[in-house]
Design a binder for this molecule. Structure first.
Ligand SMILES: Cc1cc2nc3c(=O)[nH]c(=O)nc-3n(C[C@H](O)[C@H](O)[C@H](O)COP(=O)(O)O)c2cc1C
Ligand code: SF4
Length: 363
């Protein structure tokens, strides 16, 4: 085994101690008002000593109607910022970087939760959405770019190293990118330039509000993996345009609620057998871009992490393996190379949907 996964790497102005990232993971433990709870601070304390060089928070909504459920954090008021600061403080005691992931869930938000109508690029129906959203006006779109930027400025004030803009998995930005969910006939729909306009505007506004040295990355689908969805060449082109504007890194994921069997949280992954289902798209990003590319989805073994790095992938993002074993990276660093014990069953969502937070249920 090589030491390559434990070599430092630069992400913009930030030096990460190694290549392992805890990918954004909703933990279902926020207070209902969107503030971070002591249980979340404790979780990040554990994660910060688990060995990964970079932690990404779970998806934080930039505005209340952008929430999917009440156990999801918000970052639009001073109290949200204050509570995030406590979480940052425990992470910063270790040599670990922290990105706040920012999202608007768009048509995947729930009006029952938010008390406000859901919004999306277009008012199209199922199967993607559970309820018919309202199509955003141009004024509302522009206002949302400011909400992302204000949240990013709050993340910076709270001490985060940067933000990850969530442009994947069928949430609002992804809904704009995908021809399936974006049926607009104005400047924000139609060709790729128009479908990408919202993401680029969000990026530019976030940059304007946070300054040149702030770390801004995106998480994007290499492919939506459904008919009339975003394709790899398009996703690459938008990311290339963002990189020209100063984006420092991209995490490549894939799929959405309707992309079965290849969903963003793929099941039935076996170490050494079918790891990294989005590998082809991720490698296309590596070939075409000069910014660091993070691979996410179904990475379960150290050998695969090594192989991906040898293929030019800069960062290895893990989610469920770190729910199962928050200190997995430490084990690997000590030379205990057993693969993750996570069997990708997704049962960790069960307690969270009952308001009890994400928890591994595997015996
Ligand atoms: C419990 C749970 C919560 C998740 N929350 C988020 C999230 O907030 N933002 C996000 O981009 N992805 C989220 N994901 C997706 C993961 O970041 C990751 O892309 C996916 O689980 C595949 O990686 P894995 O095979 O290492 O789990 C979540 C996944 C799980 C299992
Ligand atoms: S419940 Fe299943 S998917 Fe979730 S962490 Fe445990 S083994 Fe992995």
């Amino acid at each position: 085994m090589s030491n390559q996964p434990f070599s430092p790497i630069n992400l913009g102005s930030l030096t990460l101690k190694n290549r392992f990232v805890r990918s954004a993971t909703w933990d279902g433990m926020s207070f209902n008002d969107g503030t971070f709870s002591p249980a979340q601070v404790k979780l990040y304390q554990h994660l910060s000593v688990g060995g990964a060089g970079l932690l990404t928070t779970g998806y934080i909504a930039v505005t209340p109607p952008g929430r999917r459920n009440l156990e999801q954090n918000l970052l639009c008021e001073p109290r949200h910022q204050q509570s995030l600061k406590k979480l940052v403080e425990v992470v910063k005691r270790e040599d670990v970087a922290l990105l706040a992931q920012l999202v608007h869930c768009g048509g995947l938000a729930k009006s029952q939760t938010t008390g406000q109508p859901t919004v999306a690029p277009s008012a199209n129906l199922e199967p993607l959405f559970e309820e018919t959203p309202k199509a955003l006006s141009v004024t509302e779109i522009k206002d949302l770019t400011i909400k992302f930027a204000e949240a990013a400025a709050r993340a910076r004030e709270a001490g985060c190293d940067g933000v990850q803009i969530h442009a994947a998995h069928g949430y609002l930005i992804s809904q704009f990118l995908s021809p399936f969910s974006n049926q607009r006939d104005d400047d924000y729909g139609g060709n790729l330039e128009n479908r990408g306009r919202f993401l680029i505007a969000v990026y530019e506004k976030v940059r304007e509000y946070t300054g040149d040295d702030f770390i801004i990355t995106i998480k994007i689908n290499g492919s939506d993996y459904f008919d009339n969805g975003l394709e790899c060449a398009e996703s690459l082109e938008i990311t290339r345009q963002l990189a020209e504007r100063g984006l420092v890194g991209v995490e490549v994921s894939g799929g959405s609620q309707i992309s079965k069997p290849l969903t963003p949280i793929p099941q039935k992954i076996e170490a050494g057998v079918n790891e990294v289902p989005f590998r082809n798209e991720i490698l296309s990003f590596v070939e075409s871009l000069t910014i660091p590319v993070a691979a996410v989805g179904g990475i379960r073994s150290f050998a695969t992490a090594e192989e991906l790095i040898a293929q030019g992938i800069s960062l290895i993002s893990l989610c469920r393996p770190l729910i199962r074993e928050p200190d997995l990276i430490n084990h690997w660093q000590k030379g205990h190379y057993e693969p993750s014990d996570c069997n990708s069953c997704n049962r960790c969502f069960i307690p969270a949907f009952k308001g009890k937070g994400i928890k591994c249920l595997k015996k």
